[in-house]
Design a protein around this ligand. Sequence first.
Ligand SMILES: Nc1ncnc2c1ncn2[C@@H]1O[C@H](COP(=O)(O)OP(=O)(O)OP(=O)(O)O)[C@@H](O)[C@H]1O
Ligand SMILES: [Mg+2]
Length: 246
Amino acid sequence: MTNNEALSAKALTLISHKLRTPLSIINGYSEAVLSQAEKENFSPFTTKALGEINKQGTRMSALVDKLMAFNQAMTADASSLEKQTVTLKPLIKECATKAISLEGDEALPTQSKEKGVKRGTFIEIDCSTQLTLQANEPMLRSCVCELLANAIKFNTKLEKIIKVQGVHHGDSISISVRDYGIGIRPQDVAKIFEPFYQVDDYFTGQVTGWGLGLAMVQRILDLHHGSISVVSDRGLGSIFTLSFPV
Ligand SMILES: Nc1ncnc2c1ncn2[C@@H]1O[C@H](COP(=O)(O)OP(=O)(O)OP(=O)(O)O)[C@@H](O)[C@H]1O
Ligand SMILES: [Mg+2]
């Protein structure tokens, strides 16, 4: 790491820490006051305003957490990375449950014209219960969670089908996440791994996030001497594949 990179990383850590405390106070107090709304007979305007403060505060906390996680991955050292034996299927299941529970707040507006279609997000998991991988567990978890969050977020369908597959093939183990969402044009595919890049013709300010998720996933794969690849096209959805050497 160069001196400038070390300085930027230090600045990011400091900024994240400094923002965390006031944000948790804003979120904690707004939630506490909001819980009194009925008892104290707040006006609809006051209740709405408090709800919005709490929602945006929670959103900002998530942004700060993401910034910290990105910074941690960028400054981690491959030679001293702690690895464990991770059983993939339960990890994928946990990430799927988390991704579905966080859905809604971040998603692009859904296509209301798709009438008669089932609503909801359905994550299918195809992975042997025996499949294990030597990896840094929290980092692996973030990778799968990031890919699932994207598969849900960049998808305007009412019924979102996502397929996650874990396979051991030859000398590698791969985890792929397939969605049938908006997809990515060929000219954008290489750029989406750059930090802070978000494809902007559908980025209307409604999509939250930093554009850091994939840059972080790529860094984590580098730390594991693995790789990430994507097959996608506009309108057809995407398949992101993480590949780990065995
Ligand atoms: N599954 C996907 N389908 C379509 N576009 C995608 C998909 N995944 C990523 N992208 C595009 O790649 C960009 C970068 O993705 P990345 O995960 O790094 O950032 P983000 O999701 O916008 O923000 P963050 O992850 O920081 O919350 C996205 O903004 C989006 O334009
Ligand atoms: Mg993302």
